[in-house]
Design a protein around this ligand. Structure first.
Ligand code: ASP
Length: 333
């Protein structure tokens, strides 16, 4: 199925929603009902997840299982299949929006990928759970119900994430907690809104496009035609580090690796500072034609460019999203 370049504007009165399943803890099963952490993700079908939410019973829904995995194992093949299915359904005039059930671990990356590749003018809402479907008090049904509320909201558009009653934009959302039900945060930007008793309260506008300057319009076609994203690795600067990993990557790449290194994203300390040994190795990589992008390992804020920065590229996104943005940019350049 080809990824379509545009979505038709919301047909007047379109009511149908499509719910796509990809696995995650929301579809997880544990041997004991009281066990919220010792479960296997991606076990329960999306059809069963939908059937477990009484509020969805009278809605026009199409349900489709696109994948069934623990999102820690998310990869380009699943992203590509997901983007294709989302684009296909958004093209249908009778479809108001798409909801995706997903694991929490990489949900922010999938959201950013879909927003970057599709820039949908209809809502695409990812949702999840921190407790498995078998938990005594699972959070998945409420999150799924809230996600449907967001997808049905008049005027909703772009890729969002719904968890614990909050609505986050794809560019800003990050998983910030290992265990709490309210595991996501949108940093300085804050959430887009919230869902209160089945009603969306919006704090700021819906996402309309991806981060300026990082992507071009051919990205969807390139994604569709590619078997893999260009190889971009993510490194972190920290105390007592060196440049050995970078040197090893350069050596491996110049020895004819099947998938050569094209880029490095480095999560610097603070406002993009780097350990001097790592910085020296990264400057060498840059001199050899590898794209090196600087971001920060701080959970809040962004790297503010200043004359002291020696790397030529800086990203305002989180390290994992900067990696996707660079890979997509390399794909189109
Ligand atoms: N490892 C799980 C996943 O990402 C965690 C979760 O969904 O909460 O699929």
């Amino acid at each position: 199925m080809a990824i379509q370049a545009t979505q038709t504007a919301n047909a007047q009165g379109a009511q149908r929603l499509v719910i796509l399943g990809t696995g995650g803890t929301i579809a997880g099963r544990a041997a004991q009902a009281g066990d919220n952490v010792g479960y296997v993700a991606g076990q329960v079908s999306v059809g069963d997840l939908v059937a477990a939410v009484p509020m969805l019973k009278d809605l026009l829904l199409d349900v489709e299982q696109v994948a069934q995995l623990d999102s820690k194992d998310m990869d380009f093949a699943v992203w590509k299949a997901l983007a294709e299915r989302v684009a296909f359904h958004l093209e249908r005039p009778d479809v108001k929006g798409v909801v995706i059930t997903h694991g929490t671990d990489t949900m922010e990356e999938t959201a950013f990928f879909l927003q970057s590749v599709l820039k949908p003018t209809k809502p695409v809402v990812l949702t999840c759970a921190m407790r498995p479907a078998t938990a005594l008090v699972p959070d998945g049904p409420q999150n799924l119900s809230d996600a449907v509320v967001v997808a049905r909201h008049v005027g909703a558009q772009g890729v969002t994430v719904v968890c614990a009653g909050q609505v986050h934009g794809a560019d800003d959302v990050t998983k910030v907690h290992t265990y709490r039900l309210d595991a996501f945060d949108s940093g300085d930007a804050g959430p887009l809104g919230c869902v209160e008793e089945g009603v969306v309260r919006l704090f700021r506008p819906w996402p309309t496009g991806s981060v300026e300057g990082l992507l071009d319009t051919t990205v969807r076609d390139r994604v569709q035609a590619s078997l893999a994203l260009p190889r971009v690795v993510l490194l972190t600067s920290h105390a007592d580090t060196d440049g050995l990993v970078v040197q090893a990557l350069l050596a491996q790449s110049s020895s004819g690796a099947a998938q050569p290194l094209r880029g490095i994203v480095v999560a610097g300390t603070g406002n993009g500072t780097l350990h001097k040994h790592l910085e020296a190795a990264l400057l060498e990589a840059q001199a050899q034609g590898i794209r090196v992008v600087l971001t920060s390992r701080c959970v809040r804020g962004r790297v503010l460019a200043h004359p002291g920065l020696r790397l030529s590229e800086v990203s305002p996104l989180s390290p994992v999203k900067s990696r996707i943005a660079l890979a997509l940019d390399l794909l189109t350049s």
